[in-house]
Ligand binder design. Structure first.
Ligand code: ZN
Ligand code: ZN
Length: 389
C-alpha cells in the first residue's frame, strides 16, 4: 500500500510499504477514505517530538471502511463505515474505567519511555512517535486499528467524510478544551491560536454558553474564519501586549477562562521569545511557551487556564506566582476522544455545528509532502488539509 512516511526532519514521502495485517484478536483493518494533517503532525515534521524513526507512517486523524476484523471484535463487521479516535484505549483498565482514554494503561508498548519523560506512561497514539507506541498511522491506504471493539465509532448516516472526519481529534480536542473551563452563562473566553483546535475550542465555548469568545492569532485569514463563526478576534502583532488588550476588552477584569490552543511552537517577537528559541534550539528547554504564559497573565483572578496545545517536556519561566496568588486553575490533557464521539456526532446530526468549516485544502494522498509544506508555512491560506487515498 501507499503510506505517508516520516523520513527525517522536514521530510515526508509517500512510499510503498507492506499492507497492515491483523496481529491481535481485537484488531481491525480499516481502508482509509479520508485522513487529515494535524498541527501536532507538524511537531513531528519539525523534529520537536523525539523518538521518530525513518519510515514511520504518520497520521492520527482518519476514517474509512472496515475490511477485516479479528475474532475478538464483535461490534464491527466488514463494510462498516467508521471514525477512529486518535488515542488507542483498551476500554478496561483503571484509566479507561474513568473515561480517561488518552491515559489508557494498556495501549502503549513503549510505556517505559513515556514514563521516563512524564513520570507515568500515556496511551498509545496512531502515527505519533515511538513515545506513544510506534503505531503505524492513518495517512495511508490501510491501517491496523488495535482495540477496535473500543475505539471506532460506526457511522450510520450518509454525511460526507469531511463533516465527520474531525471527530477523530480536533473537534473533541477543542470541545474538551472548552469543557475544562466550566463555562457559565455570561462568561468571556479567550482562545490562543486560530488553527483547527482553536477554531473548535471557540465554537465549543459558544455551544457551551460563553457570551463572548475572543480568538488570538497573527494570521488574518485564520482570524477571518473565527470571525465568520461568531468570535471576536485579536491580532497580537497589532497590539502592544495581549494581556493589556484583553483587559481593555473585558472591562479591566480579564477573560473568565483562557484556552491555549497553540502549544510548544508558539511564535512571537521579543526578548522572552528569543530566550526560549535559543534554549529550545540547544535542547535545554523543549517548549516555547509564549501563549501559555500570556494565558496565565491574562485570565481573571480565580479563572481557569485550559491547555490543549501540545507540549513535550520542560519549560522555563513558568509564572507560578500568578497561578498561586491569583487562585488560578490549570487544566489540561490529551483529549479523551472516545468519551466525546457520540455526543459530538449528535450535535453534528442535530445541525448545531458543521465541522467542515475548517477545510481549506483537499488533496490526493500522494500530495501529502506538498500538504505538509503548505500547512507548515501557512501558505495559500491553509488551515486544514484533507487527503484521500
Ligand atoms: Zn490531530
Ligand atoms: Zn485502558
Amino acid at each position: 500500500m501507499r503510506a505517508t512516511c516520516w523520513m527525517g526532519r522536514n521530510t515526508v514521502e509517500v512510499e510503498n510499504v507492506p499492507d497492515p495485517r491483523l496481529l491481535n484478536e481485537r484488531d481491525a483493518i480499516v481502508r482509509v477514505t479520508s485522513t487529515a494533517i494535524c498541527g501536532s503532525d507538524l511537531h513531528l515534521y519539525d523534529g520537536y517530538v523525539p523518538t521518530m524513526k525513518k519510515g514511520d507512517i504518520l497520521g492520527h486523524e482518519f476514517m474509512g471502511e472496515v475490511v477485516e476484523v479479528g475474532k475478538g471484535v464483535t461490534n464491527l463487521r466488514e463494510g462498516d463505515r467508521v471514525v477512529v479516535p486518535f488515542p488507542i484505549a483498551c476500554g478496561a483498565c483503571n484509566a479507561c474505567a474513568r473515561e480517561q482514554y488518552s491515559l489508557c494503561e494498556n495501549s502503549n508498548p513503549n510505556a517505559r519511555l513515556a514514563e521516563k519523560l512524564f513520570g507515568f506512561p500515556t496511551a498509545g497514539i496512531f502515527g505519533y512517535s515511538h513515545l506513544t507506541g510506534g503505531f503505524a498511522g492513518g495517512q495511508a491506504e490501510y491501517v491496523r486499528v488495535p482495540f477496535a471493539d473500543v475505539g471506532p465509532l460506526k457511522i450510520e448516516n450518509d454525511l460526507p467524510d469531511e463533516v465527520l472526519l474531525f471527530l477523530t481529534d480536533v473537534f473533541p480536542t477543542g470541545f474538551m478544551g472548552a469543557e475544562l473551563c466550566d463555562i457559565q452563562p455570561g462568561d468571556v473566553v479567550a482562545v490562543w491560536g486560530a488553527g483547527p483546535v482553536g477554531q473548535f475550542a471557540a465554537a465549543s465555548a459558544r455551544l457551551l454558553g460563553a457570551e463572548r469568545v475572543i480568538v488570538i492569532d497573527r494570521f488574518e485569514y485564520r482570524l477571518d474564519v473565527a470571525e465568520r463563526q461568531g468570535s471576536e478576534t485579536l491580532n497580537y502583532e497589532r497590539v502592544d501586549g495581549v494581556p493589556e488588550a484583553l483587559k481593555e476588552l473585558t472591562g479591566g477584569r480579564g477573560p473568565d477562562a483562557c484556552i491555549d490552543a497553540v502549544g510548544l511552537e508558539a511564535h512571537f517577537h521579543g526578548p522572552a521569545y528569543a530566550y526560549d528559541r535559543v534554549k529550545q534550539a540547544l535542547r535545554q528547554e523543549t517548549e516555547r511557551p509564549i501563549a501559555l504564559r500570556e494565558a496565565i497573565m491574562s485570565v481573571r483572578s480565580g479563572g481557569t487556564v485550559s491547555i490543549m496545545g501540545v507540549y513535550g517536556g520542560l519549560m522555563d519561566k513558568f509564572p507560578i506566582g500568578a497561578v498561586m496568588n491569583r487562585g488560578l486553575t490549570i487544566r489540561s490533557g490529551q483529549c479523551h476522544v472516545h468519551r466525546y464521539l457520540r455526543p459530538l456526532l449528535q450535535r453534528i446530526e442535530d445541525g448545531e455545528i458543521d465541522p467542515s468549516f475548517i477545510v481549506t485544502h483537499r488533496m490526493k494522498l500522494s500530495d501529502a509532502p506538498k500538504g505538509y509544506e503548505l500547512f507548515k508555512h501557512k501558505q495559500d491560506d491553509c488551515l486544514k488539509v484533507v487527503l484521500s487515498p
